[in-house]
Design a binder for this molecule. Sequence first.
Ligand code: PLP
Length: 394
Amino acid sequence: MHRKDSPGFSTLAVRTGHRRTAEGEHSEPIFATSSFVFSSAAEAAARFAGNEPGNIYSRFTNPTVQAFEERLAALEGGEACVATASGMSAILSLCLGLLRVGDHIVSSRAIFGSTTMLFNNYLSRFGIAVSYVPLSDVAAWGDAIRPQTRLLFVETPSNPLTEMVDIRALAELAHSRECLLAVDNCFCTPALQRPLALGADLVIHSATKYLDGQGRCVGGAVVGGRKLVGEDVFGVIRTAGPSMSPFNAWVFLKGLETLELRMLAHARSAQALAEWLDAHRAVERIYYPGLASHPQYSLVGTQQITGGGILAFEVRGGREAAWRVIDATRMLSITANLGDTKTTITHPATTTHGRLTPEERAAAGISEGLIRIAVGLENVEDIEADLMLGLEAP
Ligand SMILES: Cc1ncc(COP(=O)(O)O)c(C=O)c1O
């Protein structure tokens, strides 16, 4: 059907950001250069003074990296995007660019472990305080906001328990109290959820996950408005240098081209696997947004298109039983990464959440029998058969 409005998601994912050079290349080139040459001293001076557009040095800008930034900005519906060396440096750059001594962050409790450590162990040294609240409880977010609060930070769905919050409600709250809302959109990607359209001010990515999609490179990004991201966060990247390498940007560009297809396939298999596990007698409890039993099931189909590609489940018998299931697998990859074509299986209590105290783990709902699966693109029957080896062991 002919579309008169803007191009569709996959068209943007395949086409945005590539300005063909005089060579006429079809695939985006990798600009493997640290600096750029000027035609004269006057041109160099004009570029450095910001009076003339153009590249200077790849810590500041690089055409391959810019192509990735333009493409991801288009997919998230943001005015600006800056690419970073990792997901963590995206979060650090956002905080350095937008916060100052005395500011306060309210964050959901269930966030990525390194993000918690960045907030607690490093930002605290520079006079930035953080309070944690239960993710889905919007009233608790409101109660935690202080006059000094500048940023609300959330991951939805959460890792590994897939808890969700109503982003629209949180954005309204943030703006009514003069705060910014940042959403880590690593689990859903813009193919399934677009936080900026729901009112968020900033989106964070670990491009390492689904944006790459094949577990090859580490990278990150911040997406949002021209001033906040294009100037304030970009200033940190340019000055402090956690920039993305052109080679990694090229890998992520290729990853974005198949993002929608992959995310829908990941989610389709995750839904089938969740239903299968839900009916299995060895499984005590399952966490997957696409099941009607999920507490925030009503947000699936409205806020995020599907349940996504990640699920967690508890087996009867605690750590021993969970390790037995993990160790019995022959095909699944025992690794903590996610968002790969290869299905990964993780025991959160002793890996991603292993540095928490037992009390902190209990408060976060991470039990010893919990297993997380980031469902890949193998045939789902083969994933089930691999899990069956441990689930049905005598
Ligand atoms: C939700 C989430 N945010 C951020 C990060 C950090 O990203 P990176 O490992 O690319 O620094 C991760 C990494 O696992 C993550 O899962």
